[in-house]
Design a binder for this molecule. Structure first.
Ligand SMILES: [Zn+2]
Length: 118
C-alpha cells in the first residue's frame, strides 16, 4: 500500500489505447472546458436550477436570489454566451428559459450524480 495504491506500481503503456487519443489532441475539449467554466459559479448554477423548474423574468430571478437586477443580468449574459439560456420579450418583461433539453439534462444528471454519491 504505502499510500500509493491509486497509481500503477510499474510503468505500463498500452499502445492501442494511447493511439486512440491522438497525442491528447481531442477536438471540442477546449469548448467543453469553457462550458464547464461558465457552469462553475454557484449563482449561475442556481439560475439554471430555477430556470429548469420555471420560466422567469430577470426581476423575479433577482428577487429569488436576493441579488440586484444588474448582477443577475451579468450572469445571464454569460449563460447566454454559452448557449445555456435564452430569452423572449413580452412587452417590457424579459423572460428567461433554459436553451434546450440538453441543458435541463446537464443540471438533472449533475444533481442525480451528487445524490447517489452521497
Ligand atoms: Zn442542446
Amino acid at each position: 500500500m504505502n499510500g500509493k495504491d491509486d497509481v500503477c506500481s510499474v510503468l505500463c503503456i498500452h499502445p492501442e489505447k494511447v493511439a486512440k487519443f491522438n497525442d491528447g489532441q481531442i477536438p471540442e475539449m477546449g469548448k467543453l472546458a469553457e462550458l464547464f467554466k461558465v457552469l462553475g459559479d454557484e449563482t449561475r448554477t442556481k439560475i439554471l436550477y430555477i430556470l429548469s423548474k420555471e420560466e422567469m423574468c430577470v426581476c423575479d430571478l433577482a428577487s429569488v436570489l436576493n441579488a440586484t437586477v444588474s448582477n443577475v443580468s451579468h450572469h445571464l449574459r454569460l449563460l447566454r454566451g454559452a448557449a445555456l439560456v435564452r430569452y423572449r420579450k413580452e412587452g417590457k418583461v424579459v423572460y428567461y428559459t433554459l436553451d434546450d433539453h440538453h441543458v435541463i439534462n446537464l443540471i438533472k444528471e449533475g444533481l442525480e450524480h451528487l445524490a447517489h454519491r452521497g
